[in-house]
Design a protein around this ligand. Structure first.
Ligand code: NAD
Ligand code: UD1
Length: 333
């Protein structure tokens, strides 16, 4: 059985769908600080399968152990964490406590229940200002510009040291690039609280009239059209990456790190133009100053995931824009 932490969140919910469709049994936990329990019903509508679930904070070691002692957990896929960059700058202690203390508490319980396999949600943010693009896994980790990024950086180190000390453990670190899109059913997707920080949810909220216009943060970067370039990846492709990572666990991989990206970089203007084209809707925008901490260009070399896991991203930017808008529309009905 697979334990999924942060089970009702954006990426975990899509991953559970792919895992269930591949025959895995799931037990999920989440403290619901950034998601709703209703996500579980929507997952069940898609897969027709139930998920064992409990509302637990990963920092609550006793509750976690109590709940998990009823199951035979072989692998933990660890998504639970806080992820808002700006908020992490304002509330660093909360972020270090939630993400790092939470992971340590989880690792202790996994050790006590004999679970030796872990897949962890890391981020391309650990590369800081990347030394080169496209970014391979060998690219040196950089200086993070915010506490959120440091939590990913530090948790990676904790996992590396844990695996080194316990060579019978298998730990896969997945560095996600920019997850967007939603399940094509429109039943699950990303629904951020308050003003969205990230580009795609902001665009969908402009498209539905919730916000007046998009602010494009800078058009004077050293990129083809001057706006920031990122590797947007459809969340369903990302979710499938976790199913493929299970095969590495099965082969007793020890410690492995993979980039999960498409290998293509798109600018902010590319995303706006594609969104307008596939959804036949206008996105008013205004060019404003650069956002502090932003980098010019970030995109993956995903060759290692292809070679070792047999994983490649299949969805296009058109699909990402269509599915994001489809989900936003479902929210509004
Ligand atoms: P999300 O906020 O939708 O999901 C995270 C889930 O974890 C939420 O449901 C939240 O309620 C839960 N959670 C948070 N703290 C918890 C705690 N202490 N105990 C139990 N549950 C807790 O975010 P997401 O986009 O699905 O991200 C999932 C993971 O992937 C996170 O670790 C995030 O940092 C990482 N990641 C996300 C992105 C991205 O752009 N979305 C990029 C790179 C990495
Ligand atoms: C952000 C986080 C990063 C995290 C990643 C996950 C910051 C500084 N970084 O990265 O740590 O791992 O999300 O997805 O927040 N943009 C606009 N207008 C907007 C929003 C964004 O022009 O309203 C631009 C940005 O300048 C950037 C691109 O769109 O060039 C993508 O931004 P965003 O979706 O926030 O992702 P990242 O900055 O790559």
């Amino acid at each position: 059985m697979i334990l999924v932490t942060g089970a009702t969140g954006f990426i975990a919910s899509h991953t559970i769908v792919e895992l269930q469709n591949n025959g895995f049994d799931i037990v999920g936990i989440d403290n619901l600080c950034n998601s709703s329990v209703s996500v579980l019903d929507n997952i069940q509508k898609i897969t027709g399968k139930k998920i064992e679930f409990s509302n637990i904070d990963i920092r609550d070691k006793d509750a976690l152990k109590n709940f998990l002692s009823g199951y035979k957990i072989d692998t933990c896929i660890h998504f639970a964490g806080l992820k808002a960059v700006g908020e992490s700058v304002a509330k660093p202690v909360e972020y270090y406590d939630n993400n790092i203390s939470g992971t340590i508490s989880l690792l202790k319980v996994l050790n006590e229940i004999g679970c030796k396999n872990i897949i962890f949600s890391s981020s391309a943010t650990v590369y800081g200002i990347p030394a080169f693009v496209p970014i391979t896994e060998e690219c040196p980790k950089g200086i993070c510009t915010n506490p959120y990024g440091w939590t990913k950086h530090m948790i990676e180190q904790i996992l590396v040291d844990t695996q080194k000390a316990n060579p019978d453990m298998n730990i896969v670190i997945l560095r996600y690039f920019n997850p967007v899109g939603a399940h094509p059913s429109g039943l699950i997707g990303e629904n951020p609280n308050g003003i969205p920080n990230n580009l795609m949810p902001y665009i969908t909220q402009v498209a539905c009239g919730k916000r007046e216009k998009l602010f494009v943060y800078g058009n004077d970067y050293d990129t083809p059209d001057g706006t920031g370039v990122r590797d947007y990846i459809h969340v369903v492709d990302l979710a499938r990456g976790h199913v493929c990572a299970m095969s590495a666990i099965d082969k007793k991989c020890g410690l492995e790190i993979f980039n999960l990206g498409t290998g293509h970089g798109y600018s902010v203007l590319d995303v706006i133009n594609t969104f307008e084209k596939v959804n036949n809707i206008k996105i008013p925008y205004e060019i404003t100053a650069r956002r502090p901490g932003d980098i010019a260009m970030c995109y993956a070399n995903p060759e290692k995931a292809k070679r070792v896991l047999g994983w490649v991203a299949e969805h296009s930017l058109d699909d990402m824009c269509r599915d994001s808008w489809n989900y936003q529309n479902n929210l509004n009905v």
